[in-house]
Write a protein that binds this ligand. Sequence first.
Ligand code: ADP
Ligand code: ADP
Ligand code: ZN
Length: 213
Amino acid sequence: MGKHILLLGAPGAGKGTQSKRLASEFDLEHVTTGDALRANKDMDISDMDFEYDTPREYMESGDLVPDDVVNEIVKTALQEADGYVLDGYPRNIEQAEYLTEITDLDAVLYLDVSEEELVERLTGRRVCDDCGANYHVEFAPPEEDGVCDECGGELIQRDDDTEETVRERLTVYHKNTEPVVNHYRDEGVLVEIDGEQTPDGVFDDVAEVVEDA
Ligand code: ADP
Ligand code: ADP
Ligand code: ZN
């Protein structure tokens, strides 16, 4: 059976960067609620009776999309995966409790990065519009400005990577997601990784934990 890995960290901590590489080197499915929601931004959720009728409004304001929507996405994705690395979920205690009901975890990792560094990483992030590869204008620039090294696609800035929305996302993170990190720490299963090393340095630490999981 494939390994079940959970990667926690604030927005910008490097979860996407590390998850993609873990998925390819350990033959795991990369399950990420952020990408799943971005691909379904205009999904009609009006019959669920929430404040907004699509995920888009929540995402563009930096708020969490309602649990009922996200839980369903995760449940389906985990059922279809053998081994997986889960990134971007759970983001509140209710989601963490739901996750416990639907799966078992072999390792829970937390990428630790300071607030100041997070803001710099998020506002400088660029993503490929075609393949989703991650770049940073300063820390991980593409060979040619605005062009994806992997596929030649166009690099764009996400709507929610502007300074104002970044601040809001970090506020939401402290309020809702930090309790999730503390929950796994209290259970004694959290492995904390220094997320401020180079991407390769972080990967070495992460891979060591996953190998033993
Ligand atoms: P980042 O990689 O910067 O942490 P994500 O791509 O994970 O950001 O998430 C982008 C947005 O998608 C979030 O701000 C939120 O609106 C929504 N989202 C992603 N995952 C979840 C989740 N587990 N629960 C609720 N909303 C989520
Ligand atoms: P998350 O999925 O946690 O939001 P990402 O993997 O998308 O984080 O990384 C956020 C930004 O920081 C991206 O622009 C990425 O290129 C950059 N980045 C990721 N890891 C590092 C690192 N170890 N050092 C410097 N920049 C990094
Ligand atoms: Zn690309």
